[in-house]
Design a protein around this ligand. Structure first.
Ligand code: ZN
Length: 372
């Protein structure tokens, strides 16, 4: 494996082997594993590396949206090889989580084994309110056509017809809000957040609780792909973060920072980063927390690029639910979906590595965990 793995299995084998290089440096080295209850061949793996004196914890997690975990692994590799050696094992611990959603990574999906989008499943106090996002039903015909995928040319014409209808009758703002917010009422639609905590969610909440109990200061990064400019990764801030995006740009010395709100990014209900702030505020109010997402854009930000993303998501959901009329139609859907979350282009991958390095360096030095 260079930086970018070819499969979940390759990625997992790499992780289990390469965390070993951290064993000698930290006083306590404790790998953990959770096997999915209905998929004994798939697991979430993590490492606690504990310092002598628990002052800071650096937390990196990947593949909450399965297929986004390929780039996640590249970031873990950069972190383990280039940044972990610079940290002080006297005072700084690590929690590295490999694949929050192993089923999704194995099958090149965003959702998990139950069709749930895990970044819409972290609803505080388990309030999975079916009333949120009523606008979703207005555009149901656009994103959940409820039939097998047909020939790519046919699907393109059909999708554009539906998009134009949606833009005219509902407007662009409603379409993007309804599509991206998340919902708890239509299991066959996408960005479905479920009606209870998923297995991965419960596990992660347990790890976050332990982290907040044991460490005064947490620096958290979760890795995502698919949104934003193609050749510039965005650092995302959950809405409860006290920094404005302009302040964070300055503090982290990083050119693009966005807060997860409708003005700068888009609104999300049930976001994991926001959950950790809520958990901290409710039960660990004296803990310092800084939570960021790395979001690697792929198709770009123009209206056309956004429509192309929506089409790729719609067809992938349709394929998973209803199959396709031919193997070539299915292959075209899978290829486009993969390009949306894991682009093959070498130039894109090189820039992703460079942006990841710059962001880790900026965040870790802003928190005085490595030399500036
Ligand atoms: Zn994501």
């Amino acid at each position: 494996m260079d930086y970018f793995p070819a499969s979940y299995a390759e990625s997992r084998a790499w992780f289990l082997q390469n965390i070993e290089r951290l064993r000698a440096k930290w006083p306590v080295f404790q790998p953990g594993q959770h096997t999915l209850s209905n998929h004994p061949d798939l697991s979430i793996d993590w490492l606690w590396a504990e310092p002598h004196k628990k002052e800071h914890l650096v937390l990196v997690s990947t593949a909450q949206h399965g297929i986004e975990g390929y780039v996640g692994t590249a970031m873990l590799k950069i972190f383990i090889e280039e940044f972990a050696p610079l940290l002080d094992p006297e005072t700084t611990g690590l929690l590295l989580v490999h694949t929050i959603n192993p089923w999704g990574m194995q099958h090149n999906c965003k959702v998990n084994e139950n069709g749930v989008d895990l970044n819409r499943n972290f609803d505080f106090d388990e309030k999975f309110d079916p009333a949120i996002n009523p606008e979703f039903r207005q555009i149901d015909y656009l994103i959940t056509p409820g039939r097998p995928v047909r020939h790519p040319a046919w699907e393109t014409i059909s999708f554009w017809g539906r998009v134009l209808r949606a833009l005219v009758s509902s407007g662009q703002a409603v379409v993007s809000r309804a599509a991206l917010l998340g919902q708890h009422h239509t299991p066959e639609g996408f960005f479905y957040g479920g009606t209870k905590f998923e297995e991965s969610t419960e596990l992660l909440i347990g790890l976050y609780r332990q982290a907040l109990e044991e460490y005064p200061s947490l620096i958290q990064t979760d890795i995502h792909t698919g949104y934003g400019p193609r050749y510039q990764m965005s650092i995302l801030l959950p809405p409860p973060d006290p920094l404005s995006s302009a302040q964070a740009r300055e503090k982290y010395g990083y050119p693009l920072v966005q807060t997860i709100n409708p003005q700068e990014f888009y609104a999300i209900s049930g976001d994991m980063g926001e959950y950790t702030y809520r958990l901290r505020d409710a039960h660990f109010p004296r803990r310092q927390l800084s939570s960021t997402g790395f979001e690697f854009g792929t198709f770009g930000e123009s209206l056309l690029a956004r429509i192309r993303s929506l089409k790729a998501m719609t067809l992938e959901n349709q394929l998973r639910r209803h199959g396709a009329s031919s193997e070539s139609a299915a292959a075209a859907v899978r290829h486009e979906f993969r390009e949306l979350y894991y682009p093959a282009e070498p130039r894109w991958r090189q820039k992703a590595l460079a942006d990841g390095r710059q962001a880790f360096k900026g965040i870790l030095s802003a928190h005085h965990l490595i030399g500036g």
